[in-house]
Design a protein around this ligand. Structure first.
Ligand SMILES: [Zn+2]
Length: 300
């Protein structure tokens, strides 16, 4: 892909941004002892645990979600800020130094309790999308989940670098390390490193623009039930159907009393993060995406 953009000088690999997603923690610790596996000519690779206190506690976070804290870095007052806001400030300062003006790329390792398979989460930046597409060329089962510019994407860890991808692998329970998830995540990271290296060498192929991109549309909350009543939950026909088309009238929720709630939007959507454990506290049952072609998004 011919580009006028300068190369990435540093690639940061973050594990433990959410302290109970142990795959990234294990891999970062492994690579810290075996750096050759993630070393490529042309850029420096830097490994770190993003939220060490949450990793120690085996919790998603201590005070607030680190991966939603990076927008506050430049505007929060110093001092009594929550732990993750202080940590975001440290990480951002580190990722931006010591070479102001140089470009860095961030790979942030996550896992999901939903059936996300291999998901590459990206902004709508053309370079990030081209890197994701190159990874997909070698791992066709990978999906590209794209967020438009906005609060959600600008507050995540990757936003502290000029380029980046989130890697989301699932399903795996929180707090669990498992051989297959480690293997898959390691493979994806190596492919991302190869793609960044190709980008730096001006050798990244122009992506096939016909490939589908899942563009974030909105979150869907659980339906309200009467106070004290047992909650509604994901319908049996939706459970585990991440990235499958969801059409008007299809069931999405049920309750123990036999009631069913159906999807009431006229346009077909593609749900993701279905029944994600981490999102219960935000009352998010799943997220809806729109399936569009890469060409329709960025004109490749
Ligand atoms: Zn996560």
């Amino acid at each position: 892909m011919p580009t006028s953009q300068p190369p990435f000088e540093t690639v940061f690999i973050a594990g433990g941004t959410h302290g109970n997603e142990r795959t990234g923690v294990a891999l970062v610790r492994h690579w810290q002892q075996n750096p050759a596996e993630v070393t490529r000519e042309g850029f420096a690779t830097r490994l770190f645990l993003a939220n060490p206190e949450a990793v120690r506690a085996n919790r998603r976070f201590i005070d607030c979600d680190l991966n939603r804290s990076f927008l506050t870095v430049d505007r929060a007052a110093p001092g009594e800020a929550p732990y993750e806001v202080r940590r975001a400030r440290e990480i951002a300062a580190w990722m931006r130094s010591p070479k102001p003006g140089k470009r860095s790329f961030a790979i942030d390792l996550h896992t999901s309790t939903a059936c996300m398979g291999i998901t590459l989460i990206t902004s709508s930046d053309p370079t990030n999308l081209a890197v994701a597409a190159a990874v997909q060329d070698t791992l066709p089962e990978a999906k590209i989940y794209c967020f438009a510019d906005g609060e959600r994407i600008n507050s995540c860890l990757r936003a502290a670098a000029q380029g980046g991808l989130g890697i989301e692998i699932g399903p795996i329970p929180q707090g669990v390390v498992r051989h297959d998830t480690l293997d898959t995540t390691g493979t994806v990271v190596r492919q991302v490193l190869d793609a960044v290296q190709a980008f730096n060498q001006n050798a990244l192929p122009a992506p096939d623009g016909r490939r589908p991109i899942y563009r974030h549309a909105r979150h869907v909350a659980y339906p309200e039930t009467t106070p004290g009543a047992p909650p509604a939950f994901i319908h049996r026909e939706l459970q585990g159907r991440d990235y499958a088309p969801l059409k008007y009238g299809q069931p999405i929720f049920q309750d123990l009393g036999g009631r069913t709630w159906t999807f009431d939007e006229p346009e077909t959507r593609y749900p993701v993060f279905i029944n994600e454990a981490a999102y219960y506290r935000e009352d998010i049952a799943f997220s809806l995406t729109q399936r569009v072609s890469l060409a329709a998004m960025v004109g490749f």
